[in-house]
Unconditional design. Structure first.
Length: 290
């Protein structure tokens, strides 16, 4: 889920059969994808899924991230690993693979898997955009939880959960049981990073922070101050690890220097934010009466 952006100033449709992206609406497995040319600069495109902004791509410029929450994710990742590291990343939620393209450019030795539930969408984005080929970026069609639970222990350094059905993350991807599965897949020192879309009440973000804190001893939160003060709907980035996060002083400067300045909350602030919130659990039906 991406923050709201202004509508493009004009539209232009390319000739049918043209190579690369063509502006228009497309039937996909989960509904409708809409591809809109963005004339803010470069060969830029906005992808909407069932009317909700999903991804922004600038062809030929993988290091350009238009959505601010993705810049926050990138800043945290780059404060954690040097660029020479052969990073093993798992992206839960594909869209147009914006983050995978970015990390492939920044981490040339990285090996990434993007899990996308919509087979038709996965086919289209491969055709439209300059996504690095496997094994650099492999798109795996499947449901995020099912795929995660099949992966080998310690096989990933980074898991980014950015899965939305409309404006909400599916509940099975927010629970304690799923978070435990994610930790099992992570190598020591790995990072589980989630994009939580929430309303001004911040009820879900608090519960997600509490749930992640039950599994990981270290947590940080990144969001812009109006969001953390409960003034609007938006994105809250929550990360957990078995090692401390956000220790690089350059990270704070980078977050403050963006177009939408963000706050980094360290462990005490996150603990206070999550205090008293429920830990999200898988729902199981009650046993029949005997």
């Amino acid at each position: 889920m991406a923050p709201a952006r202004p509508a493009p100033r004009r539209r232009q449709r390319e000739a049918p059969g043209a190579e690369g992206p063509v502006e228009g609406r497309y039937d996909i497995s989960s509904g409708t994808a809409e591809l809109v040319r963005d004339f803010d600069g470069g060969d830029a495109w906005l992808l909407k899924i069932n009317g909700v902004q999903s991804s922004h791509i600038v062809i030929g410029e993988p290091e350009r991230l238009d959505f601010e929450y993705m810049r926050w994710i990138a800043a945290l990742v780059e404060s954690t690993w040097d660029r020479e590291v052969p990073l093993r990343a798992l992206h839960l939620g594909g869209g147009a693979c914006s983050m995978a393209r970015y990390l492939a450019a920044r981490y040339p030795q990285a090996r990434q898997v993007v899990v996308e539930i919509d087979a038709k969408l996965a086919e289209l984005v491969r055709r439209w955009f300059d996504i690095p080929k496997a094994p650099l970026v492999r798109i795996r069609v499947g449901e995020a939880r099912e795929v995660t639970e099949t992966l080998s222990p310690g096989s990933r350094d980074l898991i980014i959960r950015d899965v939305f059905a409309g404006s909400r993350t599916p509940e099975p991807l927010t629970t304690l049981q799923f978070t435990e599965a994610a930790r099992r897949v992570l190598a020591p020192g790995g990072v589980y990073l989630v994009n939580c879309g929430d309303a001004p009440t911040l009820q879900l973000a608090r519960a997600e922070a509490a749930t992640i804190g039950r599994v990981f001893p270290h947590r940080v939160i990144i969001a812009d101050p109006p969001m953390l003060k409960g003034r609007r709907y938006g994105n809250v980035i929550i990360a957990g690890s078995d090692v401390p996060l956000g220790q690089d002083p350059q990270l704070v400067r980078r977050l403050l220097g963006g177009a939408v300045p963000a706050t980094l909350w360290q462990e005490d602030d996150v603990a206070g934010f999550a205090q008293g919130s429920i830990v999200l659990e898988d729902w199981t039906p009650p046993s029949p009466a005997t």
